[in-house]
Design a protein around this ligand. Structure first.
Ligand code: FE
Length: 190
């Protein structure tokens, strides 16, 4: 009698365990079958554009993602020459710096170089019946402007950039005072 009861108990336990395992497998399958995962392209530029649609003004979006151009002389950085850095308005990557900015007289902000060769990307642009070199943010792909071979030395390049594609960040006051701080500390003198 006892062996039968033991066998019966073992059989019931085995059935319960297998049932739990089967239920657990079903549970793990169900979340993975969520339909929306198939429509996720994994394209970073898609995320930046969606973010830009929510956060940028229509004028900024028109320049950055529809390759528009702000009217000449209208941009807030055309005649702006404060020390600091110019970042991408979409993804915040630094693109240009005030040291290479100059007044080209064109009505748009002009730089003779980017802050780093990897910061911007270029591409042939044959729109409007002419050949120009388009400049884009290398990180998010947003349109910035065009680059022309009529800039000043040392590069001879003129990056003609829309103010609407940029955010200026002034140089921190502390960046200008490392020498005075060092002079105020006499501890290192022999
Ligand atoms: Fe960007």
């Amino acid at each position: 009698m006892r062996p039968d009861r033991k066998n019966t108990s073992l059989l019931i336990a085995a059935l319960l365990i297998s049932g739990l395992l089967a239920f657990g497998c079903n549970q793990t399958v169900q979340p993975a079958s969520a339909g929306e995962s198939q429509s996720t392209a994994g394209d970073a530029s898609m995320d930046y554009e969606a973010k830009a649609k929510e956060e940028l003004t229509p004028e900024q979006y028109n320049v950055c993602f529809l390759k528009g151009t702000e009217p000449p002389g209208s941009g807030e950085y055309d005649k702006h020459f404060e020390p600091g850095a110019y970042h991408c308005v979409v993804c915040d990557q630094q693109l240009f710096e005030s040291e290479t900015k100059y007044d080209s007289g064109s009505g748009w902000p002009a730089f003779y170089d980017s802050v780093d060769s990897d910061a911007v990307a270029t591409e042939d642009d044959y729109s409007l019946g002419m050949h120009r070199i388009e400049v884009m943010c290398a990180n998010c792909g947003s349109h910035l402007g065009h680059v022309f071979p009529d800039g000043p030395e040392p590069t001879g390049q003129r990056y003609c950039i829309n103010s609407l594609a940029l955010v200026f960040k002034p140089a921190a006051p502390s960046d200008k005072e490392p020498d005075t701080a060092a002079e105020a500390d006499p501890a290192d003198q022999d």
